[in-house]
Design a protein around this ligand. Structure first.
Ligand code: HSE
Length: 446
């Protein structure tokens, strides 16, 4: 039974864009109206929903007169202090967000590309207008990652964060892992299920993840991190063969967003990563997301949930609306700073170049099965100060090349890249080697 409430004041919300996420926001506001009122002490009223397509709200049960095709009916309505942007993309969405902020309205969005590309401009506009800008739903769908970094870990120096922030890639990698599908087949299934777009580039090449990582790093460290400065590599080259070798070594392959705080500099990278089978992250399957945040006082925190979808993303946007409404009610704008730190304390990003990153590596060569080949390969690695942890060679079935797989101890990226280049040029080595970085963070002890 919903809690009963007496006479209530109301605060009006306008939603710009009525696609999947916009619909989710509308549904949460409409379906949980009494619950929200009981929590807020006032009605959070869905006053206006704007979309260019008049057919979009069909079946949504919007009250009479709420829908419009004209965004100015939200932007120019002085009785609507809170606006949701769910248009998507960086063109019209950017213009609408800036217009809403300039009109003195606080804005909530789920649009990570917009924040990653125009976050600073939006932030400065919000500062100048004395309003709030919130974006919990931009990273990890329903998981409260931004809130956890900004509020729950406010007393911590964030020491690292890593996780699965793209459900499409995780779905594809899960299919390759558990059903032995190749990348193309797994991608086709992800498209059939509606997880992957017709053009899957943003997801499978890691760009969606790198946008989200830049947003998390900005909040974690109080520095404006540009996603273009973060190393990114997608999952197109991952094969069932590599996943099977990973299993033999006790690992699974995930597309990870990784960041580590080295004090003077921070590390940020997105790439396929081998994680221990005995770790929470390795058990995150299908389209699910998970992130492990570490703070110097708190230790490790793991969040797990649906990173996309109408209702999970709608849930995250509405959590921002509740915060914005509370701020509005208390006339307490930006009680929590937009990017976690006071404006005067935001620093320029100090990113460690990828070349200097240290990690462990899995490397698979196609090499001729001849005497001395393994020692030549290990010799090159040794020359570049890379120490081998374990090796495996697949038995020869023909005169063609065989798979030689090496797992290394920790090494520097530039040394590994130089070694791979040298090995690629060897006459006994065939196709381009496959390199997958290995992280043992988050391993669970027996
Ligand atoms: N395309 C994203 C994913 C969802 O596959 O996780 C939206 O961020």
């Amino acid at each position: 039974m919903e809690p009963a409430c007496g006479e209530m004041r109301q605060i009006k919300v306008g939603v710009l864009g009525c696609g999947t996420v916009g619909k989710g926001v509308c549904r949460v506001l409409l379906e949980n109206r009494a619950l929200l009122a009981a929590r807020l002490g006032m009605e959070l009223t869905l006053a206006r929903v704007a979309d260019v397509n008049p057919m979009t709200p069909e079946g949504l049960g919007l009250p009479e007169g709420v829908f419009t095709t004209d965004p100015s009916r939200i932007l120019e309505d002085p009785d609507i202090p809170i606006v949701v942007e769910t248009v998507g993309g960086c063109g019209v969405a950017r213009e609408l967000v800036l217009a809403a902020l300039r009109a003195g309205k606080s804005v909530a969005t789920a649009n990570k590309a917009l924040i990653a590309n125009h976050g600073r401009e939006i932030y400065e506009t919000a500062m100048a207008s004395g309003v709030d800008f919130m974006y919990e739903a931009s990273v990890g769908g329903c998981m409260p990652i931004i809130k956890t970094i900004r509020e729950s870990l406010a007393g911590n120096r964030v020491t690292s964060l890593f996780g699965i922030l793209n459900g499409t890639c995780n779905y594809i990698l899960t299919k390759i892992t558990h059903e032995g599908l190749d990348f193309a087949r797994a991608l086709a299934e992800a498209q059939e299920k509606g997880y992957a777009e017709a053009d899957p580039t943003m997801d499978v090449d890691g760009f969606d993840t790198v946008h989200k990582l830049a947003i998390c790093m900005t909040n974690a460290y109080g520095m404006h991190v540009d996603y273009r400065d973060i190393y990114v590599e997608g999952i197109r080259r991952i094969t069932p063969m590599d996943i099977e070798f990973a299993r033999r070594f006790g690992y699974r392959v995930k597309l990870l967003a990784i960041s580590k705080n080295h004090g003077d500099r921070v590390e940020g990278r997105v790439h396929p990563t081998m994680v221990p089978v005995k770790s929470l992250i390795s058990d995150v399957n299908g389209p699910m997301n998970a992130v492990m945040l570490s703070g110097d006082a708190a230790g490790d925190i793991v969040l797990y949930g649906q990173g996309a979808g109408m209702m999970p993303t709608g849930s995250a946007v509405v959590s921002d609306l509740v915060d914005l409404a509370r701020n509005h009610l208390c006339k307490a704008c930006r009680r929590v700073p937009v990017f976690s730190f006071q404006d005067s304390c935001m620093a320029p990003a100090r990113l460690m170049p990828m070349d200097e990153v240290r990690t462990r590596y899995y490397i698979r060569f196609a090499a001729l099965d001849r005497p001395g080949v393994l020692s030549r390969l290990s010799g090159v690695l040794g020359d570049h100060r890379i120490s081998i942890h374990s090796a495996y060679q697949k038995g020869r079935e023909s005169d063609g090349p065989v798979a030689v797989v090496l797992l290394t101890h920790e090494a520097e990226e530039k040394n590994m890249q130089a070694a791979v280049k040298e090995i690629e040029a060897m006459d006994v080595v065939g196709a381009r080697p496959v390199l997958i970085r290995v992280e043992n963070q988050g391993a669970v002890e027996d």
